[in-house]
Design a protein around this ligand. Structure first.
Ligand SMILES: [Zn+2]
Length: 653
């Protein structure tokens, strides 16, 4: 999953995210023909194929429906709705967006009862003689792009011109069954003329949709479908083949430059050079470009569900800000899907997930996503550094690290994904562990390089731990000891001590040791870095975290997070306040920049008029530091390891 720092109105309101995935082992092909298995928890399910037919023709209205046909036999039956969603690392199954189920058998409605404790479970009694249970479900989403999403709702996944179908939102399966052991034959109806892509194998195109080969529930939930009115496919090469599919809200938004296409082709070659093997039969990037769906990314074994602003291929700042999205999700095919922490490798979607090793699953992916973006040319070396500076400065401003360890943030990831950005720095919320862990993996990379005399690097670990022999999708779980053992075989070191100290320590300030070991130091300077500007454009906000100490949303001039210890914090600012005026004049970005450059008050007080809860008040911010933005500066006399790390492993083509 991808949770880039986003602070605009588009993302302040998120909360319950959706997902699916999960692939259990390399037996997908065999399981494709296996039927629903009767288990101890599902005595009435028969071993025969099930089907799921999704009608997405009204997706733009916020309605997708499914008709399920489940083979059953007489007796009590409990069906469950997927709750814990792979890649989301949380119980994000959108139960309150679910319409139904409505059950029928032999043409007659069949009563059901929700479990009094487990809201995701539905109890039925299958009458004698009934062999097929039919179920109708619908998933309902709000059409407003930024509609407040409550805990168990799902944000919208369709616009007038594209849709993203997450099969797990529309499926039921027998309680107690392993997702590997139940299979579905899926089909979809789409708006007329729309094209689509998915990692599923299409067996028949139906004019307004398609039918797919039977797969396990694991594979179905791991195979998001992207469809759209405006659609393009880009072959990216690779062996197995990798294809980039893009659906956009406008035809012009599909226009990827030849240079950017070359960078994505190189991404595939650079990943092959890094890992040395692949664990998919083919790979499909499914990239939705729209301003109507919350930007996001979700990993699967053989595809990724990537969501970016409409102009991600057209506007250079937005292109830069989104440059590490596809690399991040692609890395997950190795780190997260193929190799997965044992606590996240559950056998069905009802078992709780343990997030404690997300500092590997997400943290190393965050690091490698940036590295591969640089090696493939999606980010320049300067942009790569600028991105690291931005992440490091953000971590440096989080006061909660004095009471909340990195390990604690990974354990509580299932809560953090549901929280807004408000007070994020004070609470160390959301994707904190992505960026902080990435800085620690940089430190590990520099340590391996230094202690091996430059002969080895984290690349060797990636080959060893994630490469091996190429295979079909498979899950190889690991634990902390296995990770430490692999690191030790690359470079002997007290890796258990290294990680335990960093995971458990409580100290102010970001871990900047890796940057320093790479020859760079973090500094706040008056120059907005290229990635700072890129993310402001992407997030549609003004990022004043390192000067006055808050964000301002472009549209409503709403204050976002307030940085602890900043002038805004000292003046009593709170998230959700709207800026009305600055030093007596109507608020504007330009006025803010002018004021920081040349304060009107010689005593260094900047007065903000804000509206909050229908009341107006003034805030006096004591500040004379001018504009301040995170940048990396070279440490004299040191080797530039960041340049080495960012250097491509493959030749341009
Ligand atoms: Zn991720």
């Amino acid at each position: 999953m991808y949770t880039e720092d986003r602070h605009s109105s588009r993302s302040l309101l998120l909360a319950a995210l959706l997902a699916l995935t999960f692939d259990r082992c390399a037996m997908a092909a065999e399981q494709a023909t296996a039927g629903l298995q009767a288990t101890a928890g599902a005595p009435a399910m028969a071993a025969a194929p099930a089907s799921i037919d999704v009608d997405a023709r009204e997706a733009a209205r916020g309605i997708m429906t499914a008709h399920l046909r489940l083979p059953v036999s007489a007796g009590p039956l409990t069906l469950v709705y997927p709750k814990w969603l792979p890649g989301r690392h949380s119980p994000a199954g959108p139960l309150t967006s679910l319409g139904g189920p409505r059950f029928t058998a032999a043409g007659r409605a069949l009563p059901w009862r929700r479990d009094a404790v487990d809201m995701y479970a539905f109890h039925l009694d299958i009458p004698a003689g009934v062999t097929v249970l039919e179920a109708d479900l619908e998933i309902l989403t709000a059409p407003a792009p930024d509609g407040v999403v409550q805990g168990l709702e799902t944000p919208r996944t369709a616009t007038e011109s594209l849709l993203i179908l997450e099969w797990n939102q529309l499926v039921l399966y027998p309680a107690g069954a392993r997702s590997d052991d139940v299979s579905y034959r899926a089909s979809v109806h789409l708006p007329v003329g729309w094209k689509f892509a998915t990692a599923l194998q299409t067996t028949a195109a139906t004019g307004d949709g398609a039918q797919f080969a039977p797969v396990s529930l694991t594979t179905l939930a791991d195979s998001t479908l992207l469809a759209g009115r405006y659609f393009r496919d880009f072959a990216l090469g690779g062996s197995p083949a990798v294809t980039l599919h893009i659906a956009a809200d406008t035809p012009v938004a599909l226009n990827m430059s030849a240079e950017t296409q070359a960078h994505y082709r190189r991404l595939v070659r650079e990943a092959a050079a890094l890992f040395g093997a692949a664990h998919y039969d083919h790979y499909e990037f499914l990239w939705a470009l729209t301003d109507q769906i919350m930007p996001d990314g979700l990993e699967h074994h053989q595809s990724s569900d990537d969501r970016s602003p409409l102009r991600a291929l057209l506007d250079d700042p937005i292109r830069r800000a989104e440059a590490n999205l596809l690399p991040h999700e692609y890395v997950h095919s190795w780190n997260g899907k193929y190799r997965r922490p044992a606590g996240l490798a559950t056998s069905d979607y009802q078992a709780p997930m343990l997030g404690e090793m997300l500092w590997v699953y997400e943290g190393l992916t965050e690091y490698l996503g940036d590295v591969l973006a640089a090696r493939s040319g999606l980010l320049t070396e300067d942009e790569f550094r600028s991105e690291l500076a931005r992440d490091a400065a953000a971590m440096d401003s989080h006061s909660a690290r004095e009471w909340r360890s990195l390990r604690e943030t990974t354990i509580s990831a299932q809560l953090l994904y549901y929280q807004s950005r408000n007070w994020a720095a004070r609470l160390r919320r959301q994707d904190d562990f992505y960026q902080e862990s990435a800085l620690l993996w940089l430190e590990a990379d520099t340590l391996i390089r230094r202690e091996s005399g430059g002969h080895r690097s984290l690349d060797d670990f990636c080959k060893l731990f994630y490469g091996g022999r190429s295979s079909a999708p498979a899950v190889i779980p690991y634990d902390f000891d296995a990770l430490v053992k692999a690191l030790n075989s690359v470079q002997p070191h007290d890796w258990a001590g290294f990680w335990n100290e960093r995971l458990d320590r409580l100290r102010p300030g970001a871990p900047l040791e890796g940057l320093r070991a790479a020859g760079w130091r973090l500094a706040l300077t008056g120059d907005p870095s290229i990635m700072h500007a890129a993310h402001e454009a992407d997030d549609r906000d003004l990022d004043l975290r390192y000067s006055l100490g808050f964000y301002v949303d472009d549209e409503g001039a709403a204050i976002g997070d307030v940085i602890p210890g900043s002038p805004a914090d000292a003046a009593g600012a709170s998230p959700g306040s709207h800026l009305i005026a600055l030093d007596g004049y109507k608020w504007s970005k330009e006025l803010l920049h002018d004021t920081l450059a040349a304060p009107a008050d010689p005593a260094g007080v900047i007065t903000l008029l804000v509206e909050k809860d229908d009341a107006f008040k003034t805030l006096d911010l004591k500040y004379t530091g001018g504009e301040r933005y995170p940048n990396l500066l070279r440490l004299p006399g040191s080797e530039d390891l960041l340049a080495r790390i960012a250097h491509p492993r493959t030749a341009p083509q």
